[in-house]
Design a protein around this ligand. Structure first.
Ligand SMILES: C[S@@+](CC[C@H](N)C(=O)[O-])C[C@H]1O[C@@H](n2cnc3c(N)ncnc32)[C@H](O)[C@@H]1O
Length: 195
């Protein structure tokens, strides 16, 4: 018999995951014009790094990160939905980046990657995560000391007070705020795990 799942009363079970059929409405040919991965992540990501793009969708960030880490680096494109991961695989193959992008299927309550990370990105996804504190704590644990975590949330989904609560939760799990990048249509923060 399966053990009964213990539900944390602080988990918001009403959060909805973006259906994979909708992803092309915002990750399309125009996306790099408003969210240029080199400009967004270039200041923090270098060659040879191991990077996680969690909630990657169809992978605009994963592809850009793969160019930044170079051929000795690794990007783990992680998502709940297998359809998203298939799209990332196809895009990686057409861009000639399959050698450095690995896809990974997450569970709703666990990212579950094994590698230690230099950098992680959660772009427009944290508002879909049922237990933010557990999520932030898992990412904190996955980062190497000195590593950082780039979080961007869509303004239409996350009010300023909600975003500041998220920043507070991040600090509660051990992150330090090291930058407040400007990201179009978004609220963003760069969180660091101090050495
Ligand atoms: C709004 S989309 C954003 C996709 C991509 N980051 C972008 O900016 O184009 C949110 C993505 O997060 C994924 N997601 C939601 N909850 C998740 C979770 N708990 N773990 C991993 N991925 C999740 C969804 O499947 C979806 O692909």
């Amino acid at each position: 018999m399966q053990p009964e799942r213990v539900v944390n009363p602080k988990i918001n079970t009403k959060k909805q995951v973006c259906p994979w059929q909708h992803v092309r409405t915002f990750d399309n040919l125009l996306r790099p014009l408003i969210h240029n991965p080199r400009k967004l992540f270039g200041p923090y990501v270098g060659r040879g790094m191991t990077v996680l793009d969690v909630g990657c969708g169809r992978g605009f960030a994963s592809l850009g990160l793969a160019r930044l880490v170079g051929d000795n680096g690794l990007v783990i494109a992680a998502d709940l939905q297998p359809q998203m991961l298939e799209m990332v695989k196809e895009r990686a193959a057409s861009a000639g980046l399959s050698d450095r992008i690995r896809v990974h299927r997450c569970e709703a309550t666990r990212v579950g990657v094994q590698e230690k990370l230099d950098f992680a990105v959660a772009f427009w996804m944290v508002h879909e995560v049922p237990d933010e504190l557990a999520f932030l704590s898992e990412i904190f644990g996955l980062l190497k000391p000195g590593g950082s975590f780039f979080v961007a949330e869509p303004k239409v989904r996350t009010s300023r007070p909600d975003f500041e609560q998220l920043v507070q939760k991040s600090q509660n799990v051990g992150f330090v705020v090291s930058d407040r990048p400007r990201v179009f249509l978004s609220r963003a923060v760069l969180l660091s795990k101090k050495v």
